[in-house]
Design a protein around this ligand. Structure first.
Ligand SMILES: [Cu+2]
Length: 129
């Protein structure tokens, strides 16, 4: 009876360790960081307006204002002017985008076009050119 108990206990511990190891190995292959850009209340700006990230990272725009805002690439500017096009972000909501290619991505809010920002995406370490 005692022997079965210990065998089961040992099996559970080993299985648990393997699961934990598997999860961390997966994270090491795909490192992705989420960066937040806030839209402060009645300020007509993005914070930070200029953000530097690595390819594979995600930017999350958070609307702290009480008006709707839209994130869109500036036509004719940057690496890809079709990269960003968010639906209207209502107050309290957010919108996220993952950048897979290095480059410069200027954007604006096309409802309040004085609001401008840019994301500079650098190549991730070990990424093929
Ligand atoms: Cu706006």
């Amino acid at each position: 009876m005692r022997r079965i108990y210990w065998t089961t206990f040992f099996f559970v511990i080993v299985t648990g360790l393997l699961i934990v190891k598997g999860v961390s190995a997966e994270e090491a292959v795909k490192p992705s960081t989420v960066f937040e850009v806030h839209i402060p209340k009645a300020a007509d700006k993005f914070e930070p307006a200029l953000l530097k990230i690595k390819a594979g990272d995600t930017v999350k725009w958070i609307n702290d204002d009480d008006r709707k805002h839209v994130i869109a690439s500036i036509p004719g500017k940057g690496t890809n002017d079709k990269e960003l096009f968010a639906p209207q972000i209502v107050p309290g909501n957010s919108w996220s985008h993952t950048f897979t290619k290095s480059g410069e991505y200027p954007y604006f809010c096309y409802i309040h076009y004085v609001m401008m920002g840019a994301v500079v995406v650098e190549e991730a370490p070990g990424q093929a050119k």
